[in-house]
Design a protein around this ligand. Structure first.
Ligand SMILES: *Cc1c(COP(=O)(O)O)cnc(C)c1O
Length: 420
């Protein structure tokens, strides 16, 4: 069925990082300096990230899984509580809530966009309350680089007294247009948050190499509430504070303050047990350098997606490129084609193998999390038909900034051959 790949064409993975000489120079400069773990480069990255996404503050951390855990725990989410998580996501959005002691109320998603909307979130809240759980937060996932309909979800969170934890692992650089609050016409960059949600609003990013900008391993939490962000920062670093906090009681009353009332240099105190989820300056140097090219990356990905739309059009209705939702300016992370494998008479595994033989790598995002054995043992079999339909048809095609325009032709031609 498939001819061998042309020998001079490199294999196209579904995604890959773009590391340039300026990134390497930034990392080696840190290695030649005084700080390897948290030093001035982490602080500089936190300032640059907060400014870029329009948040008051950012806390950098080891990865997005840690960032999710810090966000849930800083909001005080724990046993007896529940977090609403769309089933079409990576494991970590749900696992981090469970590690905090909470239950996960899995929500369905739109079968085309893979996003959780307001109706799906409402249904999950109702199921959770039926189970006797105290619902504490919505955790929308900005799947593939498009935003969930945030204005509606923020209004729901407000009405129900819930916090918002946006999983923006896919979506740095995306802009949500669903709101009407801002003078700027309701544009809100992902990460700017929803301060009008009184129960708290935090956004989580990933800098894993397949995501839009890379740290190697890295993540961040952004937010606007100083007290909430202080707790995120404290939990990230052993629950430790350098400056005594009034009313907490001192670890060593004699050592806490010097004669002028300032914290003594060796003093630290712990108000609650925390983690070591810190990012290192080495990783921060890489991701800070990459952040400077974010607009280029997002622009290049948008251009490739426009090419895909044109080149895949003749393959309709068997193959459809991801449908843009009207309420955002996406920062495409994945090209999640929707393929009717049944109508093509080719199972997905055969399509993937055929594409691989032609030098085209693909991946599936995601097996719905509620189907994982751990969650099925815990909650039984949930019926989330949107997530199952999305999963049955999705295939992530190569998308990364270093792809040439002609690579899109190659992928489309390979798909045509494998499906015919
Ligand atoms: C990658 C990813 C994560 C986890 O990110 P890490 O930085 O690898 O921990 C969480 N949620 C989503 C949606 C992701 O894609």
């Amino acid at each position: 069925m498939t001819e061998p790949p042309l020998p001079d064409l490199p294999f196209l993975p579904y995604g890959r990082q773009s590391v340039e000489e300026e990134d390497i120079a930034a990392v080696t400069a840190v290695l030649r300096g005084d700080w390897l773990t948290q030093g001035p480069t982490v602080a500089a990255f936190e300032r640059a990230l907060a400014a870029r996404v329009g948040a008051a503050e950012a806390v950098a951390c080891a990865n997005a899984t840690a960032a999710l855990r810090l966000a849930y725990s800083a909001l005080g989410i724990g046993p007896g509580d529940a977090v609403v998580v769309p089933s079409n996501t990576f494991l970590a959005t749900a696992s981090a809530a469970r590690h905090a002691g909470a239950e996960v109320a899995f929500a369905d998603v739109d079968p085309d966009s893979g996003l959780m909307g307001v109706a799906e979130a409402e249904a999950a809240i109702a199921r959770a309350r039926q189970a006797g759980w105290r619902v504490r937060a919505l955790a929308p996932v900005h799947y593939a680089g498009q935003t969930a309909p945030m204005a509606g979800l923020a209004a729901l969170a407000r009405a129900e007294g819930l916090a918002l934890v946006e999983d923006a692992a896919h979506a740095i650089g995306a802009v949500d247009l669903s709101g009407i609050r801002d003078e700027g016409g309701g544009e809100r960059p992902v990460g700017a948050g929803w301060p009008e949600v009184e129960a708290g609003s935090l956004t989580v990013f990933s800098f894993h190499p397949v995501k839009t900008i890379a740290a190697g391993e890295g993540g961040a939490v952004t937010g606007n509430d100083p007290a909430l962000m202080a707790r995120v920062r404290r939990l990230c670093n052993h629950g430790m504070m350098r400056v005594p906090e009034a009313g907490q009681g001192f670890a060593d009353p004699d050592a806490a303050l010097d004669a002028e009332g300032n914290a003594n240099p060796w003093y630290y105190e712990m108000a609650e047990p925390g983690f070591n989820h810190r990012l290192s300056d080495i990783h921060a140097a890489l991701v800070l350098s990459q952040l400077g090219r974010l607009d280029r990356f997002v622009g290049r990905r948008a251009r490739l997606m426009a090419l895909y739309a044109g080149r895949l059009a003749p393959l309709a209705p068997l193959v459809r490129p991801p449908a843009p939702v009207p309420w955002c300016r996406p920062a495409w992370h994945l090209c999640t084609a929707r393929i009717d494998f049944e109508a093509a008479g080719r199972p997905r595994a055969a399509v993937m193998a055929g594409l691989r033989a032609l030098g085209v790598g693909t991946q599936v995002h995601y097996i719905p999390v509620h189907r994982q054995p751990y969650w099925r043992r815990r909650y039984g079999d949930l019926a989330l038909p949107g997530a199952m339909s999305h999963y049955a048809h999705t295939l992530s095609l190569p998308l990364f900034p270093a792809m040439a325009d002609g690579d899109v032709d190659r992928v489309a031609a390979a798909l045509e051959r494998v499906l015919s």
